[in-house]
Design a binder for this molecule. Structure first.
Ligand code: AMP
Length: 222
């Protein structure tokens, strides 16, 4: 099963993709994570991407298309994967269809996490994550149960994304509206778009996603 996860910054794409990976054995492929890793390692891709990311703009299509084309051929993608943050433009969506068709595969569903934008700025600006396992928390809405200790893995190291400051978040929203929102009709026309209410609790969103995908019986829940 190949799933495209869509929605503006802070909608919960990463959280729900990680859950689908844990519970249903699909691999989460986050272009944002791959690009941040490339920036940290100062690879050629990282050097190309850094300026765009720091400004909250999209990285050029061909850079991310090449990353995904290489990644989906790895063995762990054989049973299916979740594209978290890709495609983000119409040319990326077309390139994805082309690369999947070449491999005799296709997108099974595009999930849109629907949210109103004004509710998201404070969600994104206050968030931080565990440096060890990647679990997200929030200064106001979702603190670890024990202060300074990750609920999931016990690590005491936390970080914040460099592009989660308010000015950059607003740029990222603008990029979403201009370039990524037009991808929604692309999937709707193909009968693949499924919408869920992203403003509900994490558990309720998870339930809606599982219902939309009909994945309850894929694997036992943890
Ligand atoms: P994310 O972690 O998905 O919010 O992505 C962080 C940043 O990485 C974005 O603001 C973009 O600069 C870049 N990025 C991630 N995925 C893509 C993509 N599919 N196309 C272009 N830029 C991307």
């Amino acid at each position: 099963m190949i799933i495209v996860m869509m929605g503006p910054p802070g909608a919960g794409k990463g959280t729900q993709s990680a859950r689908l990976q844990r519970e249903h054995g699909l691999v989460q492929l986050s272009t944002g994570d791959m690009l941040r890793d490339a920036v940290d390692k100062k690879t050629d891709v990282g050097v190309k991407a850094k300026g765009f990311m720091d400004a909250g703009q999209l990285v050029p299509d061909q850079v991310v298309i090449d990353i995904i084309a290489e990644r989906i051929d790895r063995q762990d993608c054989e049973n299916g994967f979740i594209l978290d943050g890709f495609p983000r433009t119409i040319p990326q969506a077309e390139a994805l269809d082309g690369m999947l068709a070449d491999r005799g595969r296709e997108v099974h569903a595009a999930l849109e996490l629907k949210v109103v934008e004004h509710a998201l700025v404070e969600r994104v600006v206050g968030r931080f994550f565990c440096c060890n396992c990647g679990t997200f928390y929030h200064d106001q809405f979702n603190l670890p149960k024990v202060e300074g200790v990750c609920d999931v893995c016990g690590s005491k190291e936390f970080g914040r994304r460099k592009d989660d400051d308010e000015a950059t978040v607003r740029e990222r929203f603008a990029a979403y509206r201009a370039k990524t929102a037009p991808v929604l009709p692309y999937y709707q026309e193909r009968g693949l778009l499924k919408q869920v209410d992203g403003l509900r609790s994490i558990a309720q969103v998870a339930q809606q996603i599982d219902d939309a995908l009909g994945v309850h019986n894929l694997a036992p829940r943890c």
